[in-house]
Design a protein around this ligand. Structure first.
Ligand code: PCA
Length: 229
């Protein structure tokens, strides 16, 4: 076990007691800062838009933009969960592809040739040694959410893998933390497509391989998902 994983375990152990004493409830929405070739991250933009709303469905709403850095993002999400103990965590990230992706599975695995924003790459390793291989998210079995998105004319699909980069790491950390600490939080993760203006800034050969979705449509999708979660 490396130092960070040891620290994480310590933190989890230290937090096992005390949740019954805390005020619970509310919604936490997170996005990610830009990274690599993504110069505009729609997940960050949506998190900032939601930050203008003090509440949602009558529940307190908190938002955060996470660094696209493995260690910092995972530490931040567990700290935010501890701080707010939300009823619902909806994490957003951007991913290449034409549709909204409802992520139902987080893997205990990190593997990337693309460096995170602190320069970290990984040939493949457990996120947390000794922890379960995977966790289901709150989106598992929620086909009515998919149907509602399709009825609104929004391309969407379930996804069984959030990848092995920072989004999966944050999703896994949140699910592991809430499970280990018995927190009353539903954790969902949604990947949204890149923005048209971000793709249009790529060189022409690259543009031909990339799809995108206007922010308005991604926002509508997230509103629908939030209304049903
Ligand atoms: N997407 C990346 C990390 C940050 C983001 O918005 C991912 O899918 O892992």
């Amino acid at each position: 076990m490396d130092k960070d994983q040891g620290r994480h375990k310590e933190m989890v152990r230290g937090k096992l007691k005390g949740y019954s004493m805390r005020r619970t409830g509310g919604i936490l929405i997170t996005g990610f800062e830009t990274f690599g070739e993504v110069k505009l991250n729609p997940s960050e933009m949506l998190a900032r838009e939601f930050a203008q709303m003090p509440e949602l469905r009558g529940l307190p709403l908190n938002t955060a933009v996470l660094p696209t850095v493995f260690e910092k993002a995972c530490n931040r999400i567990t700290a935010l969960l501890d701080k707010y103990t939300p009823a619902l965590l909806l994490s957003l990230g951007v991913a290449p592809g034409p549709s909204i992706r409802l992520e139902r599975l987080a893997l205990n695995w990190r593997e990337t040739r693309q460096a995170d924003n602190s320069g970290v790459t990984d040939g493949g390793s457990d996120l947390i040694c000794g922890a379960p291989a995977a966790y289901w998210s709150a989106l598992k079995g929620r086909s009515e959410i998919l149907e509602a998105l399709h009825a609104a004319g929004i391309p969407a699909a379930f996804s069984n893998s959030a990848g092995s980069y920072v989004c999966n790491a944050v999703m896994y950390s949140a699910l592991h933390h809430t499970a280990s600490c018995n927190m009353p939080t539903s954790c969902a993760f949604v990947h949204i497509p890149r923005l048209p203006q971000d793709v249009a800034a790529l060189d022409p050969d690259r543009q031909a391989q990339q799809s995108s979705m206007p922010l308005e449509l991604s926002r509508r999708a997230i509103e629908i998902i939030l209304s049903l979660l």
